[in-house]
Write a protein that binds this ligand. Sequence first.
Ligand code: ZN
Length: 398
Amino acid sequence: MISISKLYYSQPWLRELKTLVLSQRQDGDRFVVVLSETIFYPTGGGQPHDLGTIGGLPVLDVFEEEGTVYHVLPAPLEEGCEVEAVLDWERRLDHMQQHSGQHLLSAVFQDEFGYRTESFHLGTECCSIDITAPELSPEEQDSVERRANDLIFQDLTVLTYTLQPEELHTVPLRKIPDREGPLRIVEIQGFDYSPCSGTHVQKTSQIGLLKIIKAERYKGMTRVYFLCGKRALEDYKHKHEICTNLVALLAVPEGELERRVQAELDHRRDLEKELEELRGELVLLRAEQIVRSGSSPYYLEMPGVGVEEAQQLARAVLGLAEAAVVINTGERVVLAHNLPDGPKLGQLVKEKATALGGRGGGSPTAAQVFFPDPAQLEAFLRLLPDTLWTDPEVQPVT
Ligand SMILES: [Zn+2]
């Protein structure tokens, strides 16, 4: 096993380092490099790996195997040479804020309500923990968030140290480790003691802020989504922008936004209801006009009309007379009748329209069919029986 110095543990605030290339191997079009010391944290313990550059080359991946940290690069370096390693500090600081925030949040959930943390996910946008709460009340959520932020403002020291198995009883570990041997402990000054291999802030104040975004039930537990540090600030900024825009858009003070939006929604619902009633009246008037203007069968050309509106009109006409109605919307034909001996429409559509490339169906007294090609629709109309078809310009084929 190659011995290397993991400076991300001993000096987690170190951003740059001059170090030596100990070894290198090629893996496809990538190069896997071991350095004499490293500031790059490898993926592990729920925390993603660091990024940055080594010898000016971008670091693509960092992983650990049997205690050795491997850095994946797109091009080779020179073995034995000194290189400069530079961390993507924004990313590392973000990971430390989220990870320390997670320890704090998990500890408060356990201390306040006895809910244990079963898993932790540090995502690129949001972090989450699964806690052993079948459900979480808004009051519990609020109280945990307040306490976690109080502990952040108290500026508690975050300590990391290694304990031998025989020393473990000296600290009240939040989680019993599932492996043997010496354990690295992350302590939030007298409040939380967790076995952890991640990188952490030095003071809770460096977490900045912790905001619970959402809590939802998940496999008998509760998944709690949260943001820390700059992520929480960015989220606040984003939501503040939305709020400011809504204030300008609705011309009301911020405190009245909710009431105003609710009033607008109520008003819209009333208008929709009124519109629905007016549409119904209009359809009836049109049906009366159609029935007065001629005799069954009624053939109507209504380009662009929706299928539901056409069906509604057909039903209205049949409500006024014993008749047959054929509505041509340009791409669809809607058919309906209430004739005692009228053709079976669903069957007619299946037999005549399908062969022409149409798609549709229906019941014996109401059907509709769609044609991708207007010529197919015209051909279909010509195949309709006399009881359905009265276009004077195009005589049906019998
Ligand atoms: Zn941890």
